[in-house]
Design a protein around this ligand. Sequence first.
Ligand SMILES: *Cc1c(COP(=O)(O)O)cnc(C)c1O
Length: 509
Amino acid sequence: MSLFDFVNARKAPKAPSSPAAPFRSTRSNASATAPEAVLRGLAPDGGLYVDPEIGKGGFDVQGCLTLDPFGQAERILTRLLPGFDDMHALVQRAYAGRFASDALTPLVPVGDDYVLELFHGPTAAFKDVALCMLPQLMTAARSLTGMKEKTVILTATSGDTGKAALEGFHDVPGTGIVVFFPHQGVSAVQEAQMLTQEGANVAVCAVRGNFDDCQSAVKQVFSRYANRAPVPGVRLSSANSINIGRLAPQVVYYFLAYASLMKQGRIRFGEAVDYVVPTGNFGDILAGWYAKQLGLPVGRLVCASNANRVLTDFLTTGVYDRRREFFKTNSPSMDILVSSNLERLLFYASGGDADCVRNDMLRLQNSGYYKISASALDFIRKDFSAYSCDEPGTLGEIRRCFQETGYLPDTHTAVALHAAQEYKQKESSGAPVVVLSTASPFKFPAAVLQALGEEPEGDAFRQMAQLSAVSGLEAPASLAGLQGKAYLHQDVIEKSDIADYVLEKLPRL
Ligand SMILES: *Cc1c(COP(=O)(O)O)cnc(C)c1O
């Protein structure tokens, strides 16, 4: 599409899901092109951008699966985010030379199942898959829409998004980034990753509160400045999975895993594969559902939660209730009671009823819970199963897996491996099971050592060395290399001060 067409498309009367502006908000008829949706992050009404036509077919799945990983990424992203001119170049710039191998996300056999390792990017986080791509999409979208203002990314992180986003956006022209993380709510390694971040356009700040506090405060800042600049010359956007540009790249590795199973002769095209996903904000697993909508033969999507089992309860009963105790667990990136991306699934489950979604989200905000209709629950349960795993279960699973298979999972992956065992006992159809692995065990060395019956010694770097010795594995260079780096960020604030902090920092990024 030329810039001329693009500008005209923007001026066209708002119609839901026109080819020129395929996205609309989950909470109203407001529409957007893909580049606009990526730049805005959240829709002006507080909703999330969705493509109502995602399941309408027309995607050549089989052809896509024959391509190399970069080729698959290009095809899938072109389908999910139409309107970007040169997706080939964007994919190359995002991934070439930045992952441990060009397979991007290797599939490793573990016992009778498979582990899809998503953590071989620059910050050893699964978030890297999406956050290597997002700055490319944003830069392209800025030029497509002729945006002159600076784009400042506001991000709430449960640990891994923060570092991956900082890595992606630091010193990117025309952008700035502010990251909020829960004070004492992330692992020592995750904290070191963020606090040592260099770059002239970055701010990193700890918040006295949990991830939900950070996320809801950031969302409030977004809604306040949805239609105006917070300071002259600046527009806000999001690197969280509420941004469709963050979600779309995650669809790719569901295809990569499937292609890998075909290549190994484990399945033929068309046979179902089940995916088990360690879940927090519901972005990763929703990407699996998107893959299924595109036509990938996804069997069941198994949502694995830690002791914060709000999603397990919701997917079982249809009642979402955040009025419960919040647990700080050994899998901190999943310590979430308000899972933002569920809103997208609710939109599809309600048949695209934006009023219904808006009311449920208002009820969640004001009363702390909502209940979906029986038909919506049926719609969801057709594709999703849910299990949760408590703290002893998580550590026990790390030990069991390492002893029985020789594979050492991190705490988040262990939650999913545990769910996979339970799922196979209770409902599996016998399809191959792919467990998504979202972090390296070296990011959570204290908990993993404890699971193996070892006493963690000294600081996080000492513990990484200890874990190396016990497991015979090497720590990722991006983590071990943090040792001795200067801590550049010291801010710790109250959650009520997040908006003021943003306003104070913006002019200096
Ligand atoms: C973010 C994260 C998750 C949860 O992913 P969602 O998309 O938020 O559901 C799980 N594990 C790790 C290590 C993460 O960083």
